[in-house]
Design a protein around this ligand. Structure first.
Ligand code: TTP
Ligand code: MG
Length: 385
């Protein structure tokens, strides 16, 4: 049995600002873009009861909470703090997987000899981070990544939630389906229509019917609702990814334009995956806003380990719902994570859909053509990683 811990810092950017300027402590603080046209990056817990949250247009945030102190994003500074946090986490386990600047998974299996029971481990880690950075975070502990991440959100801020081993399914059953990894607002609406409101409803639903109604998303959420998630914490080494992004000559905005660029980046990522003979289980979307220079990212699980652009793009497209697209955007990117070699990707074969297979064949043929004749179309784009 594994012991997986997920730590996520509380109101990360805003908490750093409050730490650096004690006169802001206890006050509603919003970090984000300009007052007129920007979006909220995050809000301190004092601002949240007013309905202020990440990705909300700043103008709206200020109508909801006019007394808030608004501060610009100091990305370099936050990145420095993030490195400190990760260094502390590294001292607790050789298996630490940062997910973003303020959160990471730790595989603590077998560490009870060193740090005691899981809740004591969590307390020790929180204390060490607090000592090093004067910042608080929340921790979830469980037997897999999905549950640990879900748990870390349940008692925010400054909480520890331990999902009792062996009682995982009962623990998550009453939670709303939106807590399932990969279920955005669109998918949540579809699930509601099917009469599935809570995680427990999905767990007891017939898997054949779920697949029929939802395709591979049905398989995916059925596994999660039954508290199974076999993804490993990616060990010590740097988390591998394949990414492609492009800084645009002219700013764009609006869903259609973003999707056009995103599709192109997904094609490039898929091609690189195939070249390296890898498949991915997670896709990430990246947008950088022109006015604030802020980078926003969203991750989502792929319905199966894959290396075709159609699957990457359809999942990436779903993630856009959770990003601001009306503000001017200067960069669009996609990246693939949780990489594995095709042999490891048993799920891909189980759930492979004929259409994806056909499309993949076509993409492989195109790869060969590009190998022989070069790819004039791609000139000018910049790669990452
Ligand atoms: P989160 O961990 O999602 O949020 P948070 O740490 O501010 O608050 P919570 O206590 O709920 O965890 O994101 C970490 C940082 O990433 C956040 O402080 C600001 C940045 N961010 C954005 O810039 N845009 C976004 O849309 C989100 C969600 C986060
Ligand atoms: Mg956080």
């Amino acid at each position: 049995m594994r012991v997986i811990l997920h730590m996520d810092m509380d109101a990360f950017y805003a908490a750093i600002e409050q730490r650096d300027d004690p006169s802001l402590k206890g006050k509603p603080v919003i970090v984000g873009g300009s007052r007129k046209r920007g979006v909220v990056s995050t809000a301190s817990y004092e601002a949240r009861p007013f309905g202020v949250h990440s990705a909300l247009p700043m103008a709206q945030a200020l109508r909801r909470c006019p007394q808030a102190v608004v501060l610009p994003v100091r990305m370099k500074h936050y990145a420095q703090v993030s490195r400190k946090i990760m260094a502390v986490l590294d001292s607790f386990s050789p298996l630490v997987e940062p997910l973003s600047g303020d959160e990471a998974f730790l595989d603590m299996t077998g560490s009870h000899h060193l740090f005691g029971a899981p809740d004591e481990m969590a307390r020790a880690i929180k204390n060490a981070v607090l000592e090093a950075t004067a910042l608080a975070g929340s921790v979830g502990i469980a037997t897999n990544k999905f549950l640990a991440k879900l748990a870390s959100e349940l008692d925010k801020p400054d909480g520890i939630t331990w999902v009792p081993f062996g009682r995982e399914r009962a623990f998550i059953a009453p939670l709303p389906i939106s807590k399932l990894w990969g279920v955005g607002p669109k998918a949540a609406g579809r699930l509601q229509e099917l009469g599935l409101a809570r995680i427990g409803d999905v767990a007891v639903a017939d898997p054949g019917w779920l697949h029929q109604e939802l395709g591979s998303l049905g398989d995916h959420i059925h596994a999660l609702a039954r508290a199974t998630d076999i993804r490993e914490v990616v060990c010590g080494r740097k988390r591998k990814s394949v990414g492609s992004e492009r800084t645009l000559e002219n700013d764009i905005s609006g869903q259609r334009a973003v999707e056009r660029h995103l599709r192109r980046q997904c094609e490039r990522v898929a091609r690189e995956l195939r070249r390296k003979n890898l498949k991915a289980r997670v896709v990430r979307v990246k947008l950088r806003y022109s006015q604030t220079f802020q980078l926003a990212t969203r991750d989502g699980p792929l319905p199966m380990a894959c290396d075709d652009s159609a699957t990457l793009f359809s999942t990436a497209q779903g993630l856009l719902n959770r990003l601001e697209m009306d503000a001017p955007i200067r960069l669009v990117g996609a990246a693939a994570y949780d990489l594995c070699e095709p042999g490891q990707a048993i799920q891909a074969d189980l759930f492979a859909q004929p259409r994806a297979e056909k499309h993949l064949k076509l993409e492989r043929t195109l790869d060969k053509i590009r190998e022989r004749f070069g790819d004039k179309l791609q000139r000018g784009a910049s790669d990452e990683d």
